[in-house]
Structures are given as C-alpha cells and as structure tokens.
Write a protein that binds this ligand. Structure first.
Ligand code: G6P
Length: 607
C-alpha cells in the first residue's frame, strides 16, 4: 500500500520521482522520500507528512541533482510516521538505498541475526532488514546479492534498489506485490501503478513473482533466478486526464459525479437488444446450469457489493451464495469444486487478502471470476476469467464510482445466470434491462439534490455516533453508508440488520442519536418501520431513505429522502447516493481531508 517509483534516464530524476509520487499518494501518505545517485554518492531526502512537505524541502526536486533515483510514499505497517521510518532506507555508509512495498514477515529473526553481526538499526521498520542484508551479502554484483537475500526474506515485497557503486543502474524485484516497468524515450521507470509514469510512457511490462529487472538509461534486462528472460510489453490506453481532479474540489466529489458514466460504461457493452451478453465470462451456458454454489470474496466496500448480490443471486437465479471477507476466506478451508464459482471483487485488483483468497480458491479447485477495475492488475491476471468494471481511475480513498460499477457487474451476472437457468424469460429480462438503463439518469437526479444532503450533514457535524439500519438488500446499503461515513469523517458508526438491533446495540441509542434507516423493499417496510419506532422511542433522530411514494415513513421518521422508482433488486445503486453525499459533506464540513483520510490507503497490498 506504499507507492514506489524509480527513474533512470536523460532527465533530472528528482522532479520525475516527485511527480510520480503525487500520482501514487493514494496508496499511502504518512511520509515520503527519494534517493538519487549523484556525484556525492546517494543523496537521500525524506519527510514526514504529505508529499508537499518533501516537495517544498527539495524545491520541487530542483535541489537534488542526478539522473537516477527511487522514491516512496508510505503507509506505515511497522513503526509510526517519522522521518527515520520513512523510505528510502539505507545501510551504514549510504552506499545502498531501498524502497519497499509489502511486509517482511520474518524481519524480527533476520534483524536479530544481523545484530549479532554488529548491525545497528535506525528505524522500527521491517524494510531496514532488507538493506542491511544487502549490505551484509554484497559482493560487488547486485544481481547475485539480490537473488541471495530473496532466499532469506519471507513475506511480500516490491523493491526498488540503488547501489552507489553502480550509478548507472536501478534494480527492482517483486514477490506477491505488484510492480510495473516502463520503457520511455528519455529513460526507464519502475512504479507501483501505471498513472505514476503515464506522463512519460505507455509501454508497460508487468513483473511476475520473483522477477528481477535491471534498469539503465538505455535498456532493461529481466532476470529470474539469475537467468536472463524476455518479457512482453503492452501499450496502455488509459486516459491521462482521467486521474486529474479538474475543476472539482475533491476527487471524491468528482468520482461521485462520474457514477452515471461509470455504470453506463460497465453496462452498455454487455447489453444487446434487451439481453445480456458477457463475452469474457468464459463459462458456457451448460456450465452456468451446473453451478451449485457461488462465493463472493472481497474486502471493504467490494465486500458490501457481495452482501447485496447475495439477495439478488438467490432471488433471481436461485443459486446459494456465500459472501466472505477475503481476510477470513483465505485462512479457512472452503469446500469447493469445479461447480463452485468464486467471484473476487476488487477495484484495485491488488488487495493482498483478495489476491490470497483467489489463490486459495484456485488451489481448492474452484473456478475464479474476477470483477476488477484496474486492467491487468494481479487479480485480473490470475483469475480464470475477468469481467472489468469500466469506472476509470479512482483516486479518492473512499470508493464511490468503482463500488457502483461493481454493483452493475453483479446485476448483469445475476440476470444472465437467471436467464440461463430458466428463471427469467426474455420479456422479463428486457424489462429489467430497461430499469438498468435508467439508473444513470436517476443517479444524476439524486446527485443534483446534493445541497439538501449538505444541509442535513451540517446539522450533524458534532455527532459522535451514527447508526445505520436496514433489512435484506437494505442491510447491504446500510453497511456501505456506515463504512463511507467512518472512513472519511472519523465518526463512530455501525450498520445493523434492523432486526438485530434489539440484541444489544439498541442500548447505545439515546436522545438525539442519529439513526439512518434504509427501507427500499416493500415486503419489509412494516418490519423496518417497527424498528424505527423502537429507536424513536429511545430519543433517536431518524433519517430514512426510501422509495418515492412510501410516504408512510414520514409518520415515523424525522427526515425522509426519496429515491426514484426502479426494480427492487437494483435499489442499492440509488439509495447509496445520498449516503455517499452525507459522508462527503460531513467530512468537508468538519474540515477533513476527504480524499486522503487518516490511517487509510486506497490500495491495500499488505495483510
Ligand atoms: C480499501 C479502500 C476501500 C476498498 C477496499 C478494497 O480499504 O479504502 O474503499 O473497498 O480497500 O479494495 P479493492 O481495491 O480490493 O476493491
């Protein structure tokens, strides 16, 4: 979840490293640093805080001369955010510098061994053992030394390494943590992600596990176990401006506004004359009929799309569906076979737990479909088949448009499975497809009422606890609304299946406590209304989100937000919009950094 960049070429490295780090800051932003080769050896500058601190310290990179260097933006795993713990880390005489993304799991043991050899450690990080080991084993040949230490280090890593004695070279390696290599006309690059180097090149190569690359200003050489190997490059087509904020105040606001387009782009290529065609599914109709169980495995908001999808797949396609958190799934023993479909949902395609769950599913004999936003990411490459969500780059840590696009992908799959398994005829499918096609315009309408939500959010700027309740699909919506809120406002929040509240959590309801109730399923209206009455009688202020026309709710709730009419299986796409806006306005009303909330990172590449 840290960001790594490296450049070697004809231009000054430091400004390029800083501009790359700016694009990688979404991966972590508690400190940043760069190390550049120059006449004095390796010059290292690091600074706690956002990248702008490092930027100011180095005058935008102008004060650090040299044509080769590595950079890092950190989301700390070991040790607090300090200059010392910031990367790059270096050995005693600053002749080797390393940037790292990942976790070295056996670092305590390695550290003890190195200390026994007289090594002194400056930082609290796991990364420092890497550079001290490189120092210990260094024999003048970087490739040999790097290959050697890879035998000793356990865990996940993407590394950028420079050696003072090899000023015209950068080395990089990765294991269970992704790293790309870029080939440009004025130099070569390594990076954690494509946007970091898109300004300079579109020719990208994805390193595979345990590949090592040696970069010089004019060439790239790839190795695996010290054997040279050829690697293929692809030309990426990503839009350079898509990852820019433009005139929006925040990425989150921009991305919320982009939701109609994100879902239209995800849906339209898969609709043909009122029916669903998912070419990339790679599963025949016959196979779809044989599927006996589906798992949806994911983390964070992507997991919440699974909670909603469970109701839809079970309702429409009558397939048992289990949703699991990837961090749990990977350490249990799920019973899978070739008639089990495991759907791994991920925006980044790099989430460490989701990737590990994917590997577990494959190892246990399941078939894996990835629903992924980042093209060619690890999950996209390792899944048996991949269905892309076409949401475009998402920068704000709190997901909005990628979440919405994931929901759409799952609706399409559920409809397809339902049709193939004979539960929906062509006429019914066509009617549901027309509901899907109206979602972009309905979302735009909800977004146009943002000022109303802003007003309510401002009433709750001082709230310390906010609860979300709902039943069935509404529970899935409540989970997402609550997560959005706590991610970006730091307000304690819990989402509860409305009927479960009375088993403990209702004791936390007191005078003035805000409870957000979601009621979009008519057959559950009266049940949730009873739960609203229960919290109201304990002094809660209730904000309800419900379907247009359900005016009954006004009798019990203090404030009602109506969502336009759609098929009941698709309501999540609409009901989540006011909840996203509520979180957003509460966050900016509190003066917080909504795009980069404390302690979080967008791409969670460690366990
Ligand atoms: C982080 C992000 C969440 C996201 C989760 C899963 O926690 O802040 O917004 O839902 O990771 O990420 P993925 O990339 O796998 O969807």
């Amino acid at each position: 979840m840290c960001g790594i960049i490296g450049y070697i070429g004809m231009d000054q490295a430091a400004p390029i490293l800083l501009s790359g780090l700016e694009k990688l800051e979404y991966r972590g932003y508690d400190s940043a640093g760069i190390a550049v080769h120059n006449e004095t050896g390796i010059q290292i500058v690091k600074a706690t805080g956002r990248l702008k601190v490092l930027y100011n310290l180095t005058q935008g990179g102008a004060s650090i001369l040299g044509n080769a260097g590595i950079g890092h933006t950190r989301w700390g795993t070991h040790g607090e955010s300090t200059d010392v713990n910031a990367h790059p880390h270096f050995n005693k005489d600053t002749s080797i510098a390393v940037v790292h993304n990942g976790i070295i799991e056996n670092y305590i043991k390695l550290k003890k061994q190195l200390e026994a050899h007289g090594y002194k450690f400056l930082s609290q990080t796991d990364t420092e053992v890497i550079v001290q080991m490189l120092d210990y084993y260094y024999n003048g040949y970087p490739l040999e030394t790097i290959t050697k230490i890879m035998h000793f280090i356990e865990g996940s890593y993407a590394l950028g390494i420079i050696f003072k004695n090899h000023p015209g070279e950068i080395y990089a390696v990765c294991k269970d943590s992704s790293l790309i290599v870029g080939q440009g006309s004025r130099g070569n690059f390594i990076a954690s992600d494509v946007p970091a180097i898109l300004k300079y090149t579109r020719e990208i190569c994805y390193l595979d596990n345990e590949d090592i690359v040696r970069l010089t200003d004019s060439g790239l050489t790839f190795y695996h176990n010290e054997e040279e190997l050829k690697k293929a490059f692809v030309t990426v087509r990503m839009d350079l401006n898509a990852a820019e904020k433009g005139s929006y105040a925040h990425f989150m606001l921009k991305e919320m506004q982009e939701q109609p387009k994100a879902i239209a782009d995800t849906m339209n290529p898969r609709l043909r004359d009122g029916s669903i065609v998912i070419k990339e599914l790679g599963i025949s109709d016959n196979k779809i009929r044989q599927i006996q169980k589906i798992y949806i495995v994911a983390c964070g908001s992507a997991y919440h799309t699974g909670v909603t999808a469970k109701y839809i797949f079970e309702g429409l396609a009558q397939i048992p569906l289990e949703v699991d958190l990837a961090s749990e799934f990977r350490y249990r023993n799920p019973i899978l076979d070739r008639n089990t479909l495991v759907i791994v949902v991920s925006q980044s395609g790099e989430t460490a737990d989701s990737l590990a769950a994917l590997r577990k599913a494959k190892a246990n004999g399941g078939r894996v479909l990835g629903i992924v936003n980042v093209v060619e990411s690890s999950i996209a490459r390792e899944a048996d088949n991949v269905m892309y969500t076409w949401a475009g780059p998402e920068i704000a840590v709190a997901t909005t448009k990628a979440y919405s696009a994931q929901l759409i992908a799952l609706y399409l799959l559920a409809l397809k499975f339902s049709q193939v398994r004979g539960f929906l005829d062509a006429e019914k499918i066509a009617c549901m497809v027309s509901n899907l096609q109206r979602l972009p315009e309905q979302i735009s309408l909800l977004l146009s009422h943002k000022k109303d939500i802003q007003k309510i959010a401002h009433r709750y700027l001082k709230a310390e606890h906010i609860f979300f309740i709902g039943r069935g699909i509404d529970y899935g919506i409540a989970l997402e609304g609550s997560l959005k809120l706590k991610e970006i406002t730091y307000v304690h929040s819990e989402a509860y299946a409305a009927g479960e509240l009375k088993h403990g959590t209702i004791s936390l309801i007191e005078n003035g406590r805000l409870v957000v109730a979601v009621l979009t399923q008519p057959f559950l209206y009266s049940k949730t209304i009873s739960n609203i009455v229960e919290v109201k009688s304990r002094g809660a202020f209730v904000m309800a989100v419900t379907n247009v026309g359900n005016t009954e709710v006004e009798k019990v709730a203090d404030y009602v937000i109506y969502i336009p009419e759609t098929n009941l299986y698709f309501v999540n796409s609409l009901a989540v919009i006011p909840l996203q806006l509520f979180g957003y306005y509460l966050s900016i009303g509190k003066g917080l950094d909504v795009d980069k909330p404390r302690n979080l990172a967008k791409s969670v590449t460690v366990e």
